[in-house]
Design a protein around this ligand. Sequence first.
Ligand code: AMP
Ligand code: MG
Length: 411
Amino acid sequence: MLSVNEARERILSHFQTTATETIPLIASANRVLAVDISSANDFPTFDNSSMDGFAIRAEDSSASLTTLRVVADIPAGTSPTVTLQPGQAARITTGAKIPHGANAVIPVEDINPNFDPHPNPLPKKEREMPSAISFNKKVNVGENIRPKGTDIKSGQVVLQKGRFIKPQDLGLLATLGIANVEVYKKPRVALLSSGDELLDVNSPLEEGKIRDSNSYTLASLLENANVEVIRLGVAKDSKEAVTDLLDQAASQKADLILSSAGVSVGAYDFIKEVIEANGKMDFWKVNMRPGKPLAFGSYRGINFIGLPGNPVSAFVGFEVFVRPALNRMSGVGDRIRQTLKVRSEAEIESDGRESYLRAKIQEKDGILFASLTGHQGSGNLLSLVQADALLIIPAGVKCVPAGQEVEAFLL
Ligand code: AMP
Ligand code: MG
């Protein structure tokens, strides 16, 4: 039987990155960038004020008393035409361009508020520009100025291909004037369940039947992974029904067909047979627990992954095999699964297969301890819902003593 790693490598060798598409900036969040992005300009593009205040010549200032004549008003968004001469200042707002001749900004908070060289009998309006200012402060050259090019240099690569685009990246792209972004296409995954026992979520329970839970768990896992999900529903346990849904997946040009159940050795497990009729089965068993009946092949040229039917096995199979394949297709590349080292609260028995056990994680005196969430039956979905992590017990290990470190994959 294949080991988990061998099976994953075999699966991955069949997946490539999807084609790219160019989409509006606003739609690009959570997509994967398909090109390096470099800046065509320096940012800031001009020296500008970081404060509301007065642009001055630093050499005019002194710690005793400075009085300067205000010769211009420079609100943000304007292009100043003035050149400051000795003894002159210009009122300026945050983000406005520094005028020629100025080399510092004194914030409005540092200006003497009561100074008025030409007292006016009328009450003074807050926003009226003073004809002169006074202050007691030695200002350094460059103070409160954001120089051109300090954030980004022209030609600098600011976002790299393969990056998962974050909200703040959208802001950066907007700054750069990039209105349309080249991203990898979302992988299209056709999802189906199989089994005569499966009822729709709306159906009352019937003797011998269960509700189809896998298609909900899996659709949601896929959607969270930014996949376009084609929900094909449930195939009955017959060759015709399975063929019909697989053909629908093929006609919708899916990048991957993902099914659950029907790949085991039961008398009504038809999926292998149908795949082989119009494609090929590469393998259908992996040395793991839960999730041994895991199938990989292709149907009419489309990659096919058959997850086990048991809900916990389907989930584990998704994390171990499908997610890496999606990462490949989506352009983010091969990511390392983020795991933590935790200590086992109690002794854990394993059967020597690579095992993924559901556990709760709790901290005691700064140490993380894992304890299993009840019985580990692969049909016990509640034990997965209650878990914080999957403990990964390596192949060959039959007993983990209490207190030993194990690897935990956080859910
Ligand atoms: P199978 O692989 O068809 O032998 O199914 C294994 C187990 O998983 C059986 O107990 C099935 O009833 C159960 N099962 C199969 N498909 C689903 C599903 N979509 N949702 C919940 N349980 C399922
Ligand atoms: Mg079945």
